[in-house]
Design a protein. Structure first.
Length: 298
């Protein structure tokens, strides 16, 4: 199976590049630059970017970039996909240059989510210096953070990410928006070859933007508070109040990005020893806080 190391990057599309640039700089506190290919590069660490935003007609999530160790791991991945009968598209030299990687293979899961398998990220290793003074984001071996994707074809998509992509199940949640008598909307959380509690989530329902949320993690709780203040000043839509999750213990709040999906901005995420981790079905999203009803208010 694939030996995915971490979430390397995410790709978004926007009809309002300036709005994304302002939001990224003034609210997220990341460095923003325009690439030679016309995309916005959102820099959170020594990588060239962790989020790339491409101009377009839609406001949506485009792709998740999953990092492999090296060229041998990439070749093994292609052989594995062939063995499993999974079609893939090799990235053209132009796309690889745009993504700042040596090689890329794109696959699509049964719910239509695009996953880009990459290795050899290009970087100038320039120091990260936040325009708003953010002390640092938690990335490195843990990757960008996590992404939660819609999976209306849930069972087949879960099987795909486990049996083809090689993710392990971290925890699961059965969301009951109408109470015990109503429908169940399953959400599963998956890890790859690092200690972050989950790098990928799958939610058993469609989402217009193509993504439920992307999580970015900072290295101190005061940085979360400062981001809350910046969000309020900017006017970005708050979609969940401050709270702490039951499964990964992240203390965070949620806000809507200019591409329509949410950004979870948090601190204190759980890291796991996978030889000792016990999978749970948790019955509450949060230990405290996280009022998601605020996102339903205009």
């Amino acid at each position: 199976m694939l030996n995915i190391r971490a979430l390397a990057y995410v790709i978004a599309e926007t009809s309002d590049v300036k709005r994304w640039s302002d939001y990224a700089s003034n609210v997220l506190g990341v460095m923003v630059s325009e690439s030679s290919h016309g995309d916005l590069h959102l820099k959170m660490d020594e990588r060239q970017y962790r989020i790339a935003v491409q101009p377009g007609k839609r406001n949506c999530y485009v792709a998740s970039g999953w990092e492999l160790l090296d060229s041998e791991a990439f070749d093994s991945a292609l052989s594995w996909l062939t063995e499993k009968g999974v079609s893939y598209d090799l990235g053209t030299p132009e796309l690889c240059a745009k993504r700042c990687v040596q090689q890329l293979a794109a696959i699509v899961d049964p719910s239509g989510n695009r996953h880009e398998l990459v290795w050899g990220f290009k970087s100038d290793f320039m120091h990260f210096a936040s325009p708003t003074g953010v002390s640092g984001f938690v990335t490195g071996d843990l990757g960008l953070g996590h992404t939660v994707l819609p999976a209306p074809n849930f069972d087949a998509t879960v099987a795909f990410v486990k049996d083809v992509m090689g993710f392990g199940l971290s925890d699961l949640f059965n969301f009951k928006p109408g109470g015990d008598a109503g429908p169940v909307l399953p959400i599963n959380f998956f890890h790859c070859a690092n200690a972050r509690h989950h790098s990928l989530g799958l939610a058993g329902f469609p989402v217009e933007s193509g993504c439920v949320h992307v999580m970015v993690e900072v290295d101190s709780m005061p940085e979360v508070g400062r981001a809350m203040d910046r969000r309020a000043s900017d006017g970005a839509k708050l979609t969940a109040t401050l709270g702490q999750h039951t499964n990964d213990k992240m203390i965070s709040f949620y806000m809507q990005s200019p591409s329509g999906f949410d950004v979870e901005f948090g601190y204190g995420g759980k890291v796991c020893d996978w030889d000792q981790h016990i999978v749970h079905e948790f019955t509450r999203v949060s230990l405290w806080g996280h009022d998601f009803s605020v996102g339903q208010k205009e």
